[in-house]
Design a protein around this ligand. Structure first.
Ligand SMILES: NC(=O)c1ccc[n+]([C@@H]2O[C@H](COP(=O)([O-])OP(=O)(O)OC[C@H]3O[C@@H](n4cnc5c(N)ncnc54)[C@H](OP(=O)(O)O)[C@@H]3O)[C@@H](O)[C@H]2O)c1
Ligand SMILES: *[C@@H]1O[C@H](CO)[C@@H](O)[C@H](O)[C@H]1NC(C)=O
Ligand SMILES: *[C@@H]1O[C@H](CO)[C@@H](O)[C@H](O)[C@H]1NC(C)=O
Ligand SMILES: *[C@@H]1O[C@H](CO)[C@@H](O)[C@H](O)[C@H]1NC(C)=O
Ligand SMILES: *[C@@H]1O[C@H](CO)[C@@H](O)[C@H](O)[C@H]1NC(C)=O
Length: 346
């Protein structure tokens, strides 16, 4: 071997050792999803873990044992760096416990994680926003969140009557939360285009993110185009929509389901599952997505979508499945003047 070859071999060996060592040190905790650039200079990991446990006939489902903490710990180990929660989900304490545990173990640093929480409808008064966020931070056990969202454009007092505080006034509270360093980025959820336009017309800080329902059955083409024209990143919540039995949306007539033959065949071609195809499609549309699962194998499966690409023909077929079907309609607020969606008859 020439001197150069020996030097090259030694360098290779050194690099391999370093790589192996890094592999051990970060054991299974390498970030897997790409990042989307936000308009405020921060970046959002494109895939995150949702933590809303859904509803039963008795109302909001509360966590059993440590199931959410466990799921968030599995997620971080599987390469997730983005976790979505909200004051109203009742999952902030477990999300925070998982983060502290992962940081304590040295799997990640706090600054490597992107944590979102949301302002509930009963705290729309400008002066209520910062105190509400401080309550969330206390529940999370964190000094700041990466993203604070106005959960709904609908204000409601605890006694059930509507709080018609104007959205810009709530937004001033959000801007203050950001100025105080309690939220790195601020944004909106469930606001429609004209409501966002109202914020943009009077804000000092533009919303960085809009979180809305988006899935195969509700592809949000016009809202996506609008957000992209305004430099707002869209995050898809309920990314499976009515695809799965027992998912957030029960059936929904006309919805494409997980056993749809076209989807099953497509998934087989890529050696992926139908939920993975759906998540991959959302990634290729350039939005973020926050699928929820508390099942370890699904936590891992949902992140395992960055090693393939859909063909243009398959993307077109998936686009053809858009049915404009909403799973989360917030129908109990349909009589609010701030209700954001088209009102279904009856
Ligand atoms: N801003 C808002 O107003 C708003 C509204 C709704 C949701 N969100 C956020 O978005 C997140 C996701 O939405 P979502 O919880 O409504 O619904 P989703 O993520 O579309 O669906 C969740 C359901 O899918 C199942 N699942 C997940 N991955 C799967 C897979 N690979 N194969 C088969 N089943 C799978 C889960 O089951 P298991 O858990 O039993 O595994 C669960 O039943 C929420 O958790 C929340 O963080 C925000
Ligand atoms: C959740 O449960 C509450 C209380 O039972 C109900 O009013 C609301 O409509 C449910 N929301 C969804 C999205 O199913
Ligand atoms: C509900 O609460 C709000 C705010 O405290 C109050 O202004 C309003 O009068 C109350 N409405 C009813 C019907 O009690
Ligand atoms: C198909 O995917 C499964 C699960 O990820 C994997 O174990 C298997 O090796 C894959 N098969 C082929 C032919 O790639
Ligand atoms: C948005 O919501 C408001 C309040 O309900 C409504 O007046 C408006 O028509 C909605 N706009 C769009 C684009 O849906």
């Amino acid at each position: 071997m020439s001197g150069t070859a020996v030097a090259r071999a030694a360098l290779c060996a050194a690099l391999l050792t370093t790589a192996a060592l890094a592999g051990v040190l970060t054991s299974g905790s390498v970030p897997k999803a790409p990042y989307l650039e936000l308009n405020d200079g921060h970046r959002l990991p494109q895939l995150g873990l949702g933590t809303w446990l859904g509803n039963s006939s008795q109302g909001r489902i509360k966590p059993q044992g440590h199931e959410v903490q466990q799921a968030v710990e599995w997620a971080i180990a599987a390469g997730y760096r983005h976790v979505d929660t909200a004051r109203v989900y009742g999952t902030e304490p477990q999300v925070g416990a998982a983060i502290r545990e992962a940081v304590r173990r040295g799997d990640v640093k706090r600054e490597d994680l992107f944590v979102t929480t949301k302002l509930w409808n009963d705290r729309h008064a400008r002066a209520a926003v910062v105190p509400a966020l401080r309550e969330s931070l206390a529940a999370l056990g964190l000094d700041y969140v990466d993203l604070y969202l106005v959960h709904w454009p609908i204000g409601q007092f605890p006694n059930g009557s509507y709080d018609l505080t104007d959205h810009l006034s709530t937004w001033r509270g959000m801007e203050e939360a950001q100025r105080l360093g309690l939220a790195r980025s601020i944004g909106l959820s469930n606001f429609n285009q004209s409501q966002i336009e109202g914020i943009l017309a009077g804000c000092d800080v533009k919303p960085a993110v809009l979180q809305v329902e988006m899935n195969l059955n509700l592809q949000q083409e016009s809202l996506r185009a609008y957000c992209s024209s305004r430099g707002i990143v869209l995050t898809a919540y309920t990314p499976f929509g009515s695809l799965l039995k027992g998912g957030a949306g029960a059936a929904g007539a006309g919805a494409t389901r997980v056993d749809d033959p076209v989807l099953v065949e497509m998934a087989g071609k890529y050696n992926k599952t139908v939920p993975q195809i759906v998540l991959r499609y959302l990634m290729e549309l350039g939005v973020a997505a926050i699928p929820k699962t508390i099942t370890k194998q699904r936590v891992e499966q949902n992140m395992d979508i960055f090693d393939f690409h859909l063909t243009a023909a398959d993307r077109a077929a998936l686009r053809g499945l858009d049915a404009g079907l909403r799973t989360i309609a917030g129908g109990r607020w349909a009589d609010s003047p701030q209700y954001p969606f088209e009102r279904s008859d009856g």
